[in-house]
Design a protein around this ligand. Sequence first.
Ligand SMILES: Cc1cc2nc3c(=O)[nH]c(=O)nc-3n(C[C@H](O)[C@H](O)[C@H](O)COP(=O)(O)OP(=O)(O)OC[C@H]3O[C@@H](n4cnc5c(N)ncnc54)[C@H](O)[C@@H]3O)c2cc1C
Length: 404
Amino acid sequence: MGRCYGDSALSAHIVDARSLNHFLDFDSSSGLLTVESGVTFDEILQVFVPRGWFLPVTPGTRFVTAGGALASDVHGKNHHVDGSFSDHVLWFDLFTASGQKLRCSRTENADLFHLSLGGMGLTGIVLALAFYMKPIETAYIRQHTVRCENLDETMAGLESYGNWTNSVAWLDCMAGGKAFGRSILMLGESAKLQELSPKQALNPLKIHSTKGIPFPIDMPSFTLNRFTVQAFNRVYFNKHPKGSQDSVVHYEPFYYPLDKVLGWNRIYGKRGFTQYQLVVPHQDARKGLQEVLELLAKRRMSSFLTVLKIFGEQPENYLRFPKAGFTLTLDFGIADSLWPFLNELDQVVEQYGGRLYLTKDVRMSADFLRRTYPMAQEFIDKLKEMDPVGTFRSLQSERLSIHA
Ligand SMILES: Cc1cc2nc3c(=O)[nH]c(=O)nc-3n(C[C@H](O)[C@H](O)[C@H](O)COP(=O)(O)OP(=O)(O)OC[C@H]3O[C@@H](n4cnc5c(N)ncnc54)[C@H](O)[C@@H]3O)c2cc1C
């Protein structure tokens, strides 16, 4: 679906997997769903929510394919409890550079299995995959919203509410002084039938709306500047009363707020935007995040949408991104001043033992990848052994000198 933010799905020749769009099998006793890799999360939800099943892990858009979710090893708001998407995959069929179709699982072609999770499609084309869905009683989320007045409260909130399955903090990256790092923390748990309002209970397994509102034009690139972002953030933050609030909301606004507006990215204008997603391990995360946010203020950069999440433990595995710590996502409109600034941010991220998410990346250097992903070189060596000519490549893998 081309939903990665960078150049990992771009190449001179592109294999479009969307015609691999069949549902193959479902075992209702275990929740194991088998689909071809081009089936989208949107399609899965339409079929399975009315039957009382939900995705085990979902990114912030449902317009992704199951194959893309595996290749990026996507994570959701529940990583600290449920891990990432790949953790729920039992097996997949891979079309390899040698022209074979191989079944890969934790016991069959195990190394190829692990190389392909988060492997950005470089090991071959995922044709079909089987993963476990989660049972749900309703399509609603019991939401608890907490206003956090500064960075300490935000980070402590994400840690202390770790028993909630879903958590995410929208962060006001423009606030300074005592309000530095303030946020709205959103926690969510799949709602039980008795928690719904009488109106919600009329259709407890209601699917999301399949219509979106199109964003009509490319906005002029000055629309999102320091002042408009600051004003928006202030209004959004103050819309939430001090303390906390409880509500029951449909899964659509909880998981997929951006999907409602089709082509929302046009708000950044013709030059577009890029996303910078970093993770820093728990140790010194407070200092690391503070330095990142301070650098933003110092260089007068603004991120329109800034999100902080917590990652649970995840063993180091080739190019998979998550590791225990905090992950911060920043959106920047493209400008000439952006690239040197991101190079500066890289230095902070590396200094605190962090790294960047490949599916959001469009400019990381080959050396930075090797320095921040301890298993990157092993991935590259094994890939070269399997596929010496680099059959499956992308603009990203070329930029990162993965095949050279
Ligand atoms: C609004 C929005 C919110 C997002 N939120 C999150 C989030 O919360 N968490 C998160 O982890 N990600 C998030 N993402 C990123 C997105 O989930 C990933 O980029 C995902 O991989 C996109 O899936 P896709 O089908 O569009 O794949 P593409 O973008 O088309 O491809 C992504 C990668 O997967 C490979 N690939 C795709 N299909 C196959 C296949 N069949 N076989 C082998 N390789 C394949 C491609 O080669 C490429 O390297 C978000 C993206 C958007 C636009």
